[in-house]
Design a protein around this ligand. Structure first.
Ligand SMILES: Nc1ncnc2c1ncn2[C@@H]1O[C@H](COP(=O)(O)OP(=O)(O)OP(=O)(O)O)[C@@H](O)[C@H]1O
Ligand SMILES: [Mg+2]
Length: 266
């Protein structure tokens, strides 16, 4: 990997079992990983295996019980909330639920301008509006939405607004947690193309969490497979798994990146 932008070492996080005092289940269990600049990493795994918990830890939104995340030369767990703040511009998350980042009571124009005012104060209002308009178009929306409030949109439209909002500040790493599941296939393709373009244009790195093998295959340079809080293995297109790889990983890998890769018929 040429330039590692984020490195996680031995992350663990357990949550208490409700109604069973003293017992806890590990949601993330000894996970270490690296993400390179401009790399798109897919994260696959069954529901409840710990993908979102891991994502939140990587972005400094959830504190692990142990382990560290290094980003920008700092260890997130060693920083106070105040010291962590300036790093947030580079680490953005879009989640399955667009209302996590879009206040339903505010107009979309204000919601999109806010992160630009905060993180790119050098942009004047004109430039802010121009950038918002460009990104809205790239996300399949347009400036007509700026005067409306989130409840006036469909789920898929809201998801696109949340994606535009996260990308406006030009993050280094975008964690996309099931962001295209609610979108129909043509919009899905448009968003996947946009993410790949941004990677090519300015080296955006992406951790792409999805249940959908086809979507993961389309976008990822590398796929991590998670089960019961642990990373079982990883795969790359066109490469075989180690002989010792977990059967679950081999099975998934066979579906995502068939090996040997399909070639011309002999
Ligand atoms: N805040 C929390 N409090 C208690 N338990 C939690 C909390 N967050 C997650 N968990 C538990 O941790 C485990 C992993 O959850 P997580 O949301 O990370 O899974 P996931 O892989 O993202 O699932 P999905 O694919 O359904 O989104 C689950 O057993 C979940 O119930
Ligand atoms: Mg999740």
């Amino acid at each position: 990997m040429e330039h590692v932008i984020l490195r996680a070492e031995h992350l663990r996080k357990a949550f208490p079992v409700p109604g069973d005092r003293g017992r806890s289940i590990p949601a993330v269990d000894d996970v270490s990983l690296r993400i390179g600049r401009g790399e798109i990493v897919g994260l696959l795994g069954e529901s409840g295996c710990g993908k979102s918990t891991l994502a939140r830890i990587l972005l400094g939104l959830t504190r692990p019980d142990s382990g560290t995340v290094s980003y920008g030369g700092r260890v997130l767990q060693h920083l106070t909330p105040r010291q962590l703040r300036p790093l947030r511009r580079g680490l953005r998350m879009v989640s399955q639920n667009p209302f996590d980042s879009l206040d339903p009571a505010r107009r979309v124009g204000a919601l999109l301008e806010e992160p630009l005012k905060l993180w790119r104060p050098e942009c004047g209002r004109r430039q802010r509006l121009a950038e918002i308009e460009t990104l809205l178009l790239q996300c399949g929306m347009d400036a007509r939405c700026l005067k409306k409030t989130p409840p006036e949109f469909s789920g898929g439209q809201l998801q696109r607004l949340a994606i535009a909002r996260a990308l406006l500040v030009r993050p280094e790493l975008l964690v996309a947690d099931e962001i295209v599941s609610a979108l129909d296939v043509s919009v899905q393709n448009q968003i996947l193309t946009l993410l790949a373009d941004l990677r090519d244009q300015y080296g955006l790195s992406i951790l792409f969490i999805s249940h959908d093998l086809a979507v993961v295959r389309k976008l990822s340079d590398r796929v991590l497979v998670m089960r019961d809080g642990r990373l079982l293995g990883q795969g790359r297109p066109g490469r075989p798994w180690d002989a010792g790889a977990d059967p679950y990983v081999r099975e998934l890998h066979g579906c995502i990146f068939p090996f040997p890769p399909p070639g011309p018929a002999k």
